[in-house]
Design a protein. Structure first.
Length: 580
C-alpha cells in the first residue's frame, strides 16, 4: 500500500510553499507543538484554504467551499432538525445534503472519529465527511441557521418569540415575570429576543463592550471591536426603554430608578460557555445609556509568548516576578489588558509551594490556585483593609487590582518590605511616571529605592490581517530622528526595511485588522537606578537615561519593533504611544 504524501510535500508540489519554507514550518511545529499546517499559516506562508485543500488531497476527502457551492446548503431539507444548531456550532460541523441513508457533512477535521461516531448516533445515518476551512464553516452555519452577521439584530426586531439561545444562570423566569409587569405596551418576548440577539452578536464578533445610547428621536447600538467602536443595527425609540429595563432586571438593578447611575453584573451561557457581563447605566438628558463589558472566561489565553513582549522585556518581567519580595507596578489606561498581563505572569510562576492572594474590583478571571477577594466598599472591604488582612494569611505573592490612594500604597510598601512580592497597577501615562506617582502618594524615595523592583507600561495595538496586508518601502521621511532615537541610536537603511498597511478582506470583515497585541515598556530597577532614586529623589529624566544605558527601551521603541515585524501599521502604533 502506497504511503500517503505529507502535507508539506503536497504544498511544495503545488508551488504553495518552497522547500525552505517547509523546513522553517517543520521547525516551528516541533518547537511550538503545532500541527504542520498551523505552523505554515502562523508563518504567513499560506492561508487556511490552501492547507485545507492539501489535506483534502492527502486524506482523499472531498473539499467543500463557498466557491464550489458545496457549502451553500439548500433549505427545506429538514437538515436543521437532523443536526441542531447548538450541536453544529459546538462541534463545527454543517449538514450539506442527504442522499438516501447517507448524510454529507462539512467538517474542519474529518479525522476526528469521535465526532463522526457521535453524528451517526445523533442522526441514525451513515456520514460522508467533506473537509472545509473553519472560517467558512462558521459563516455557512450562520447563513444556514439564519443567526449570524448584522442581520441577527434586525431579525430579532421582527420576532415575537425567544429562541432560547442565551440563558442566564439564575433568575430568568422571575426576571421575565417582573418584565411582564414593568414594560408598558411593549412586546416582552420581542424585547427578550432582541436583548439575546444583541448579546449573541456581540460575542460572535469578539466585542469587548456594548454601548446602547439614546439621542432623542434616534437610538444607537455600538460594539467596541479591537478597541474601536463600530455601529450596529439599533432598536427603535419605542423599544429602547424596554431593552434597558430588561438589562436592569438581568443585572438585579432597580428598574424604577432612572435618575442615578447604577452598576451591576450577570452571567449568560452561550453554547455551553459561561460569559460574564459587567453593566453600567448612566442617566443622560436623552434617557439612560447602557454599557456592558463582556468578560469571556473561555476566550482568555494566559500565554506569555502571545502577549507581545520583546525577548528582553519578557526575561526582565519574569526575573522580577520570581524574586521573593518587592514591588512590581504595571501602568496603562482602562481596557489596555493590565489585569490579563499580570495574571499571565502569575500563572507562569504559579507553584503549589506559593500562597497567592488577590484583591480586585471586580474579579475578572476566576483562577484555580489563587485566593481571590472581591472589593466591597459598602461593607468596608477596601483594597487597604483586605491587604491588612492578607498579611495575616501567610501570603507569598499578593496582587492588588489598583493602587488608588495613600493608604493602599503604604500598605503595599509595608507588605513588600516584610518579605512579600506585591504586583499592582497604576494609572499613569508611562512606566517611569509611576515612580513620581508613588512619591505623590507619600512613599519616601529611600523606601522606593529599596522596594521597587520593576515598573512597566502597556498599550494595545490592532494587528494587521495577515491575508490582506499590503507591503511598502518606507520613505526617508518615515525614518526621521524619532525613529532612530527609538531604535536606540541605530540608523537603518530604508531599502532594507518593509512596512505594511491595512487593506481589508472578507477574513477581517474588511477592516484590515484582526485582533490586538500588546506593546510594552519594561524597566527592571538596576543598581544605578536605585541609587539615583535614593540620592536624588524622583528625577524621571535621569532614570530614563539610566534605563536606556542599560539597554531598556520605551513604548515608542517597542511599537516600532511591531511595525518592522509587520504586526501593525505606523499610524496605529503612533496613535497609542507618546513620543519623547
Amino acid at each position: 500500500m502506497a504511503k500517503k504524501p505529507e502535507i508539506g510535500e503536497i504544498l511544495v508540489a503545488n508551488s504553495i510553499i518552497t522547500q525552505e519554507q517547509r523546513a522553517k514550518a517543520l521547525k516551528l511545529a516541533a518547537q511550538s507543538k503545532l500541527l504542520f499546517g498551523e505552523a505554515v499559516v502562523k508563518l504567513g506562508f499560506a492561508d487556511d484554504e490552501a492547507i485545507t485543500m492539501a489535506l483534502s488531497k492527502q486524506m482523499g476527502i472531498p473539499y467543500a467551499s463557498k466557491e464550489n457551492k458545496i457549502l451553500k446548503v439548500e433549505k427545506g431539507q429538514g437538515l436543521d432538525k437532523t443536526v441542531p444548531e447548538a450541536y453544529a456550532r459546538e462541534n463545527l460541523v454543517l449538514p450539506l445534503f442527504l442522499d438516501e441513508n447517507v448524510l454529507a457533512v462539512a467538517m474542519a477535521d474529518p479525522s476526528n472519529m469521535l465526532t463522526l461516531d457521535n453524528l451517526r448516533l445523533l442522526t441514525g445515518l451513515e456520514i460522508q465527511p467533506f473537509i472545509a476551512t473553519k472560517s467558512q464553516i462558521f459563516r455557512a452555519i450562520d447563513d444556514f441557521y439564519q443567526s449570524g452577521g448584522s442581520s441577527l439584530i434586525d431579525k430579532a426586531m421582527g420576532e415575537e418569540s425567544s429562541d432560547g439561545v442565551i440563558t442566564t444562570e439564575e433568575g430568568v423566569s422571575e426576571a421575565r415575570l417582573d418584565l411582564d409587569k414593568t414594560l408598558s405596551g411593549a412586546k416582552d418576548e420581542q424585547v427578550i429576543n432582541l436583548v439575546n440577539a444583541i448579546l449573541k452578536q456581540a460575542i460572535t464578533e469578539r466585542c469587548s463592550d456594548i454601548h446602547l445610547e439614546s439621542y432623542g428621536e434616534r437610538t444607537m447600538t455600538r460594539f467596541r471591536i479591537d478597541g474601536v467602536l463600530c455601529e450596529r443595527p439599533s432598536t427603535t425609540k419605542q423599544l429602547f426603554p424596554s431593552v434597558v429595563s430588561r438589562i436592569k432586571i438581568l443585572s438585579k438593578l432597580d428598574i424604577a430608578e432612572r435618575r442615578l447611575p447604577q452598576d451591576g453584573q450577570f452571567t449568560i451561557k452561550v453554547q455551553n460557555r459561561a460569559i460574564d457581563l459587567r453593566v453600567s447605566i448612566c442617566p443622560t438628558i436623552n434617557g439612560e445609556k447602557v454599557v456592558m463589558r463582556i468578560l469571556d472566561r473561555g476566550a482568555v489565553e494566559l500565554d506569555i509568548d502571545k502577549m507581545g513582549f520583546e525577548a528582553r522585556q519578557k526575561e526582565d518581567f519574569l526575573a522580577a516576578a520570581r524574586l521573593p519580595h518587592g514591588l512590581i507596578f504595571l501602568t496603562g489606561p482602562t481596557g489596555s489588558g493590565k489585569t490579563t498581563t499580570l495574571y499571565t505572569i502569575l500563572n507562569k510562576i504559579k507553584t503549589p509551594e506559593l500562597n497567592f492572594m488577590t484583591i480586585e474590583d471586580p474579579v475578572e478571571f476566576q483562577m484555580e490556585g489563587f485566593n481571590q477577594v472581591q472589593v466591597r466598599s459598602a461593607i468596608g472591604l477596601t483594597f487597604a483593609s483586605a491587604l491588612r488582612s492578607f498579611l495575616r494569611q501567610d501570603p507569598d505573592v499578593i496582587l492588588v487590582g489598583e493602587v488608588r490612594d495613600q493608604e493602599t500604597a503604604q500598605t503595599c510598601l509595608r507588605a513588600a518590605l516584610t518579605g512579600h512580592l506585591v504586583l499592582s497597577t497604576l494609572h499613569t501615562n508611562d512606566a517611569m511616571s509611576s515612580v513620581s506617582r508613588l512619591a505623590d502618594l507619600g512613599i519616601e524615595p529611600f523606601l522606593l529605592s529599596s522596594s521597587l523592583i520593576l515598573v512597566a507600561a502597556q498599550r494595545l495595538v490592532r494587528v494587521l490581517c495577515p491575508f490582506c496586508r499590503v507591503p511598502y518601502k518606507p520613505s526617508p521621511k518615515d525614518l526621521e530622528l524619532p525613529f532612530r532615537e527609538a531604535m536606540l541610536g541605530k540608523n537603518p537603511d530604508p531599502a532594507s526595511l518593509t512596512f505594511y498597511k491595512q487593506k481589508g478582506c472578507e477574513k477581517c470583515s474588511w477592516l484590515g485588522y484582526k485582533g490586538r497585541n500588546g506593546i510594552f515598556e519594561v524597566y527592571f530597577m538596576t543598581h544605578e537606578m536605585r541609587e539615583a532614586i535614593y540620592k536624588q529623589g524622583v528625577n524621571l529624566e535621569l532614570l530614563r537615561q539610566l534605563a536606556a544605558k542599560a539597554g531598556m527601551w520605551n513604548m515608542r521603541a517597542s511599537g516600532w519593533r511591531k511595525v518592522m515585524a509587520g504586526i501593525t501599521t505606523v499610524e496605529e502604533m503612533i496613535s497609542v504611544t507618546i513620543g519623547d
